[in-house]
Design a protein around this ligand. Structure first.
Ligand SMILES: C[S@@+](CC[C@H](N)C(=O)[O-])C[C@H]1O[C@@H](n2cnc3c(N)ncnc32)[C@H](O)[C@@H]1O
Length: 305
């Protein structure tokens, strides 16, 4: 057992009570080790979507949690929570894991060995990584998207469409002539752009007592595309509460699990009292990295003149 919480707390499943509860839509936060809470949840087999952003074992101060485990112990911990997540996921469910380079391969291998299917290996790209001289600067985290059954998963592209490069850079009339979704496309698997940066400094979303808070737009994309209104979303590593905050704002029920009491209390304040700050702020916009060029029609007009 890692950290200081007594293991006996969840030895008897009837003792499992959320530390925080609110309705409309139902939102629950459990305080404890997710490996034990997941095993005792009354919702086993009926969770529609899991988003997991675990401690990376980078010696970050997360309340009572020891984030500097011997590597073997960290890998066992990782497999244990992954297995517990698979067990609570519904047969049509999807699971996302946010993880850096040093553990991504191990997680992918384990999920594949457990019969999960990979749908996408996305990259969250951010600027302002830690400056260093001896190797390239880290500017990404992996966003691994797995499901239990590729022929039966929830996938809603429409709410997450973005303006295509064809429309925003080239002004190509063919994309505007489409029957539906004129000028729009499903986003690529590398995610970046306005509001997609790491949450730090004076970012409006920032919760000062939390470490490694994810941007709301990231969770909005995952939740809108991989669940329906009224579905149940679960986050085994709540942190500042981004997943439950965005779930509530988008009409999803949610369960958060957090090891530290103090972090859980602060997350709950955000989830219930602050809410989502950038709802819809980035939806439908372009992620183009080149400025608009003159349209073909303008070029033709110029050459006719
Ligand atoms: C990387 S942070 C999550 C950040 C979150 N995605 C956000 O946007 O704020 C990981 C969190 O997991 C918690 N944690 C660590 N080990 C845990 C465990 N075994 N069970 C539940 N929570 C745990 C830490 O206290 C920390 O708050």
């Amino acid at each position: 057992m890692t950290g200081s919480r007594p293991t006996s707390l969840f030895g008897n499943t009837s003792l499992l009570e959320p530390s925080h509860v609110e309705g409309d839509p139902d939102t629950r936060l459990y305080t404890g080790d997710c490996r034990q809470v997941l095993r005792a949840l009354p919702d086993a087999g009926s969770v529609d979507l899991i988003f997991a952003d675990p401690p990376f074992n980078w010696d970050v101060k997360y309340g009572d949690w020891d984030d500097d485990l011997p590597r073997e112990e960290y890998e066992s911990f990782t497999k244990e929570w992954l297995d517990a997540c698979i067990d609570v996921l519904a047969p049509h469910g999807s699971m996302w894991v946010n993880i850096p380079d040093d553990s991504a391969a191990e997680i992918v291998m384990h999920l594949k060995h457990r019969g999960m299917s990979m749908v996408n290996w996305c990259i969250w790209h951010f600027r302002f990584g830690q400056c260093r001289q001896g190797a390239f600067i880290t500017s990404k985290v992996h966003a691994l998207y797995f499901c239990k059954d590729p022929s039966n998963r929830t996938w809603n592209p429409d709410p997450i469409l973005e303006q295509s490069d064809r429309a925003s850079i080239y002004g190509d009339p063919r994309t505007m002539a489409k029957e539906t979704n004129k000028g729009m496309r499903v986003p690529m698997d590398v995610w970046y752009g306005k509001y997609w940066g790491r949450i730090q400094g004076n970012n409006k979303e920032r919760r000062h007592s939390h470490r490694n808070q994810l941007p709301e737009v990231y969770l909005e994309r995952v939740i809108l595309s991989c669940s329906n209104e009224g579905d149940l979303v679960l986050d085994p590593f709540t942190g500042s509460g981004t997943t439950c905050t965005v779930s509530r704002a988008t009409g999803r029920r949610s369960i958060g699990i957090e090891f530290s009491d103090a972090i859980a209390d602060s997350a709950w304040d955000r989830i219930i009292n602050v809410g989502m700050i950038r709802k819809d702020a980035a939806r439908g916009t372009s992620s183009a990295i080149a400025p608009p060029r003159r349209s073909r029609r303008a070029d033709e007009a110029a050459s006719d003149a």
